[in-house]
Design a protein around this ligand. Structure first.
Ligand code: DX5
Ligand code: ZN
Length: 217
């Protein structure tokens, strides 16, 4: 069964507490929190302050996806805010190996995210050092976009690389996941499904989460 991580990008920020409660009561496994800086991506969201508030509402894993340049400047702040898993973009990190070590030295799990154009092979030399690879299945910046079909090939290639080395590195897929494509994504080798619009814009978000769990069994 896949790990399901609803993305708060699509939550109601005027009543975040209610959405946190809903996710807590649901079968969702993780909270997926999207941090955007208006530089790496053409959108701005929230930072450590909001995450600190959200953290207080839950014991579930806080999976923080940084879409920011120079992430090393803020790694400590996100640790203090309560991140369990911190993911940086390969495209933002000139010294990716150092970034990974920094995240791990603070006791967080380290993830690396890849834009649609970045090959999974670019992580060949650091795959053994990381806990998760996040494959973007849309261009980062906004919720509600369409799943890029080539992502399935990337998942299969990465799954092969991970299995070949006997690693337990997780594969997380983010963007455009629906009740229709979730099964194929997990079948290709994904472990974690992020879902924003599919969950929060549905009539019954809790039931949608339950369905995502069921589909990927
Ligand atoms: C986009 C974010 C995603 C976003 C996914 O850059 O990283 O987490 O919330 O939203 P949906 O599931 O609506 O495509
Ligand atoms: Zn995300």
């Amino acid at each position: 069964m896949a790990i399901v991580a609803p993305s708060f990008l699509s939550a109601n920020f005027l009543n975040l507490e209610a959405d946190c409660k809903m996710i807590n009561e649901s079968e969702a496994d993780w909270f997926h929190l999207d941090v955007m800086d208006g530089r790496f991506v053409p959108n701005i969201t929230f930072g450590p302050m909001i995450i600190e508030f959200i953290r207080k509402t839950t014991t579930k894993v806080c999976d923080v996806h940084l879409m920011i340049v120079e992430p090393e400047k803020y790694v400590e702040d996100f640790k203090k805010a309560g991140a369990d898993m911190l993911t940086v973009h390969e495209e933002c990190c000139v010294h990716l190996h150092r970034n990974i070590q920094q995240i791990k030295s603070l006791g967080m799990q380290a993830g690396v995210a890849l834009n649609p154009h970045t090959p999974v092979e670019s992580l060949k030399e650091v795959l053994d050092d990381i806990d998760m690879v996040l494959i973007m299945s849309v261009n980062p910046g906004f919720g509600g976009q369409k799943f890029i079909p080539n992502t399935l090939n990337k998942i299969r290639t990465l799954r092969h690389m991970i299995n070949e080395r006997g690693l337990s590195t997780k594969i997380e897929i983010d963007g455009g996941i629906t009740l229709e494509n979730a099964h194929a994504i997990v079948k290709a080798g994904a472990d974690v499904l992020v879902a924003g619009n599919t969950v929060f814009k549905s009539k019954d978000p809790k039931d949608t989460i339950a369905q995502l769990k069921k589909i990927t069994r």
